[in-house]
Design a protein around this ligand. Sequence first.
Ligand code: UDP
Length: 336
Amino acid sequence: MTVLVTGGAGYIGSHMVLALAEAGENVVVIDNLSTGFSSALPEGVPLFIGDAGDENLVENVIAQHGIESIIHFAGSVVVPDSMRDPLAYYRNNTMTTRNLLNAAVKCGVNRFIFSSTAAVYGNPDQMPVAEEAPTRPLSPYGSSKLMTEIMLHDVGSAHDLNYVVLRYFNVAGADPQARIGLQTAGATHLLKIAVEVATGQRAKIDVFGTDYPTPDGSCIRDFIHVSDLAQAHRAALTYLRNGGGSTTLNCGYGRGYSVLETIEAVRRVCGRNFAVHYSDRRPGDIMTMIADTSRIRAALDWTPQYDDLATIAAHALAWEEKLAQRHATDALAVSA
Ligand code: UDP
């Protein structure tokens, strides 16, 4: 019984691979390394460098390794990029998944877990937002994920394939032992930027909007620790292996923190003050995004371990410090 993880060398995918490997599962990875790092994989995990939409590659990997389930992370994730180049997003997210599903159906793989996003909701009418809320994505990124969800629904109806769609809220933090974390250059996520400022790699952090009708005027997000998210996927895998039917689940903690509270948490764990700049609202931002988590808590045997902003900030910071040290060592080696 082997699990195929596409995008396993990326931020969330690598935490998934680690969680599976630590649980004694056989796991293989397909990743084109466009944003991932082979160094993020535990020793001994086979990596096939290529595209998750390359049906020949996928079919060979399925046959060679006796794949029984696919966890599909590979894709593009930057919302503003999707605005500039929507067709790239429909290719990387929607078409790639279409080909991957074609290979899965052809080869009889009948369990599939898909990385979706809270961006499928757009601007929800009600908060917290539940899975049955209307889906009105505001970006090609959200649309490309929603189109994949629709495709999965149709494939699941026509073929012997059960799936779990996981709609991620704000994924943050890093492996508690700082073995892996977010290392993509130019990441725009709030916590990543805050820890880059805390470690002196950036001069300041901008707070995009302090005039929202929220308690402190800044936006509110539901942050989920990346290791808890990986464990939610493991629980989804167990659910499917036990015969669970296809379903769509929000992945968050059901609790919101403001942008200012998040920055304050990073300040506290790093023990230093750093420059915060109050800026205008960022176009397209949704004021508050909090998951209704009733369905995931009822469906899966999943208990979050790191549901605490200070812990998420501490893990993100520890990883960032390690990464900064690594960059400094690399720079020294180049100049020597
Ligand atoms: N944000 C901010 N400064 C930054 C990055 C993000 O104030 O440098 C805010 C952003 O406006 C949003 C929240 O933090 O309100 C979360 O943004 P992020 O890009 O991390 O995730 P999103 O919720 O947009 O997917």
